[in-house]
Design a protein around this ligand. Structure first.
Ligand code: SF4
Length: 496
């Protein structure tokens, strides 16, 4: 008999179908240890759920201490009694099992909800509504489906209680947008179909290199397999969907590097769905760079960088679980002379809004005192967070002042405006870690990553251990220096 389909299977499937196959049928001996950041996310999620439940000022039925069949029996009894709010229940029907955090009675039955220690939507801001998260939606849809099968559903409008204290309703039957008429219920049905095949072991999956892989416990096993397959997702920005569409025509990096594209290209289009001619040519060039021994990175077109004697390399660290920007780090350099390099950091010494504001005030003053200068940062994240901080602490700086600081004439997003658009590299991705390492830079830490820094910050806040504090600062300093190494490396590239 197949294993039941659960909410966590659907959650993982939306991120990576291969993860579901590996979790169900992979060799457990090949699993990596759980990443400490993933462990922290899990602990913070549980702690947040407990905090929300403790703060409830409504009577509720608490089934948190029960498991399995007993939990399910008590849940059904509570719904038959008509209890208004059930916490941590379990429901099942037709091979589906769900454990919604909340079951809330309404006029026609029950509506399910989950407590999430993240934002209930993605991509929103204070002024613009976000979009529902698909990995939340498929979980909520599964609970709703089970309630419908039990004839206990109060409608297809489940909800999330999110980290901001908001209840976010997921309207499962509504179209996702004017250009996308498919509803979240359609997304759920499609995920369910794939999940059925995976659980029955009736469908093969392939790994695909993506940003989610680094935190996954199959990372080592999948990377080895991708290398053995010479998989197309080893090409930067190619991704799973394009790889799957290309497989019929080219099935490896070497294959693509050697392919005669004339057979695939028709004007501006190709015979491969969702891949235009320019894109295919770009991916072939990347494949060739990877396969050509001694291939060097190059400029695709001339670049113009600010001419400034004083340069700042700027990198921030944030903790999304606490919703705090805890560090603004700068490496400054005079006259292009690395001997003048100095690191300046503004750290929130505890995770409070007072400390976040103090660090922002001091970093802002430092930037003002440093003018005129050129500022380099990597990705739009720094600008996004500084805009957010300006809105939160509007007495520190005006909106116009923050916009002026990020004026592209003097502030350069090296990732978006130089690396991605104007260069090519013989690497698998364009992260600052990959590119600066390619140029010979070494981080002092053996495990440098933004996720690790968040985990260290959490441990430092809990323990006050000054060694951890220093580790956070060293990592941020190295990220800033890596940007300088990258800038100098780019300046030395020749154009093709
Ligand atoms: S490492 Fe990547 S490809 Fe492999 S299971 Fe995890 S997310 Fe999927």
């Amino acid at each position: 008999m197949s294993k039941p389909i659960t909410a966590s299977i659907l959650y993982n499937l939306v991120q990576c179908p291969h993860r579901v196959s590996m979790d169900l049928f992979g060799d457990p001996a090949l699993r990596d240890p759980i990443n400490p950041f993933v462990q922290l996310l899990w602990e913070k999620g549980n702690a947040f759920e407990q905090e929300v439940i403790k703060g409830l000022d409504l009577p509720f039925t608490n089934l948190h201490t029960y498991y399995g069949d007993e939990k399910e029996r008590f849940t059904m009894e509570a719904m038959e009694r008509g209890d208004n709010l059930i916490y941590s229940g379990r429901i099942s029907a037709d091979g589906f099992v769900g454990e919604p955090d909340i079951l809330r009675r309404c006029d026609d039955g029950y509506i399910a909800g989950d407590i999430k220690s993240g934002a209930g939507e993605e991509g929103g801001s204070e002024d613009i509504d976000g979009k529902p998260k698909k990995h939340y939606a498929v979980q909520l849809a599964l609970y709703t489906d089970i309630l419908e099968r039990l004839r206990l559903s109060g409608g297809r409008t489940p909800f999330v209680w999110d980290v901001h204290g908001k209840e976010v309703e997921y309207i499962l039957d509504a179209p996702q947008g004017s250009r996308n008429p498919a509803s979240l219920w359609d997304v759920y049905q499609s995920a369910l179909e794939t999940a059925r095949q995976l659980v029955a072991h009736a469908k093969d999956t392939l790994p695909a290199l993506s940003s989610t892989c680094k935190l996954c416990h199959w990372y080592t096993a999948c990377t080895k397999r991708l290398e053995k397959l010479d998989d197309l997702t080893l090409i930067p920005e190619l991704g799973r969907v394009r790889r799957d569409n290309m497989l019929m025509h080219v099935d490896s990096v070497r294959d693509l590097a050697q392919a005669n594209l004339k057979a695939l290209i028709n004007g501006k289009k190709t015979i491969i769905p969702r891949i235009g001619a320019d894109m295919l040519i770009k991916f072939q060039e990347r494949a060739r760079l990877q396969k050509q021994p001694g291939a060097r990175p190059y400029l695709k077109e001339p670049i113009t960088l600010p001419s400034a004697d004083f340069e700042l390399f700027f990198d921030i660290e944030t903790d999304p679980m606490r919703d705090i920007c805890y560090l603004h780090g700068f490496v400054e350099r005079h006259g292009g002379d690395t001997g003048t390099e100095r690191y300046i950091a503004f750290l929130a010494e505890d995770p409070t809004s007072e400390e976040e504001e103090r660090a922002f005030v001091e970093a802002w003053k430092y930037v003002q005192d440093s003018q005129p200068c050129a500022i380099y940062y990597y990705s739009h994240y720094e600008r996004t967070i500084w805009r957010k901080l300006q809105k939160k602490y509007s007495a520190v700086a005006t909106e116009e002042e923050i916009e002026a600081m990020f004026d592209p004439a003097t502030a350069v997003d090296l990732y978006s405006h130089v690396v991605r658009s104007k260069t090519e590299w013989p690497t698998r991705d364009y992260s600052i870690k990959t590119l600066a390492s390619y140029l010979g830079f070494k981080w002092r830490d053996s495990n440098p990553s933004g996720a690790a820094s968040i985990e260290w910050y959490h441990r430092w806040v809990e323990s006050g251990d000054t060694e951890i504090r220093q580790r956070i600062l060293n990592y941020n300093e190295d990220d800033c220096v890596a940007m300088r190494v990258l800038l100098d490396g780019i300046k030395g590239l020749s154009q093709r």
